[in-house]
Design a protein around this ligand. Structure first.
Ligand SMILES: [Zn+2]
Ligand SMILES: [Zn+2]
Length: 265
């Protein structure tokens, strides 16, 4: 199985990643990939990107060196904002791709399965949310797997099988069995599935070996993996909701000044 899109990559804008967006795209191109989503961390993680960073992704072309770029985010699930995420809906609505996940310092550091599940289900019901990242991180952020998978099916939210979670150096290394189990249950339930690199350095973009081995073990067929190619990614995203900026030509248009006056804070 060869996947031609990566829906989980970080750049220097995340504060603890070490390559630029252009470097990530360059590596993706050298590997023959068709699409990369740039999903930098939201503002709640230390040195995460400011809302302005996400708002101004319009400065980035939608196609670079023949690789389609989805301007996205990995927003943090947080307990104390209007939408339960650390980026407001007005910013999320400008993005091509919205991934969400739990991260340390986000306000859910005390493991509490019921509280985490409630918070995650709430953001999954938000039509702007496209993907949940590393959901099997049971050691740090336990959730009720069946309830989350059911919500993924109901709201057409992608369940990620995160390659980096299987690296021995990962902070999630203690939860690999659960990450695998999440993929198995999500697959059986018919939820959309992705395999993401979670690259924090350019050379990791499009590297999925560990997660692919798990997918193979679980007999997950390629047709069920959203990021198998750019066409499948675009079809999924446009089937979920209308996206004013997700055009094939790479041009952004801007609705009006009033729209972004809300995020100047
Ligand atoms: Zn993450
Ligand atoms: Zn990430």
């Amino acid at each position: 199985m060869r996947l031609l899109a990566d829906l989980h990559t970080h750049t220097v804008a995340s504060g603890h990643a070490y390559s630029t967006l252009a470097e990530n795209v360059h590596v993706a191109r050298s590997r023959g990939m068709e699409l990369v989503a740039v999903t930098d961390h939201g503002p709640r993680v230390p040195q995460g990107a400011h809302p302005w960073y996400f708002w101004n992704l319009k400065a980035v072309p939608s196609v670079l060196d023949g690789v389609r770029i989805l301007k996205g985010c990995e927003a943090n699930v947080v307990p104390d904002t209007e939408n339960g995420l650390d980026l407001p809906d007005i910013v999320l609505g400008l993005l091509d791709f919205v991934a969400v996940g739990f991260h340390p310092t986000g306000g859910f550091d005390e493991p509490d399965r019921a509280r985490n599940t409630e918070a995650l289900l709430r953001v999954m019901a938000n039509p702007l949310v496209d993907q949940i990242t590393h959901p099997g991180n049971d050691d740090e952020f336990p959730v009720d797997m069946d309830a989350v998978v059911e919500a993924a099916v109901r709201y057409n939210v992608i369940v990620e099988l995160n390659d980096h979670s299987f690296a021995p150096t990962s902070s999630r290394a203690a939860s690999t069995a659960r990450e695998r189990e999440f993929a198995r249950v999500a697959y059986a339930a018919g939820a959309p599935i992705s395999i993401g690199s979670d690259a924090h350095f350019a050379l990791s973009v499009g590297r999925f070996e560990a997660a692919l081995a798990v997918a193979e073990e679980l007999k997950i067929v390629e047709d069920r993996i959203v990021n198998r190619n750019a066409e499948a990614v675009m079809a999924h995203l446009l089937g979920k909701r209308e996206r004013p900026y997700l055009d094939a030509g790479g041009e952004w248009s801007w609705p009006n000044e009033e729209h972004f006056s809300h995020i100047h804070k």
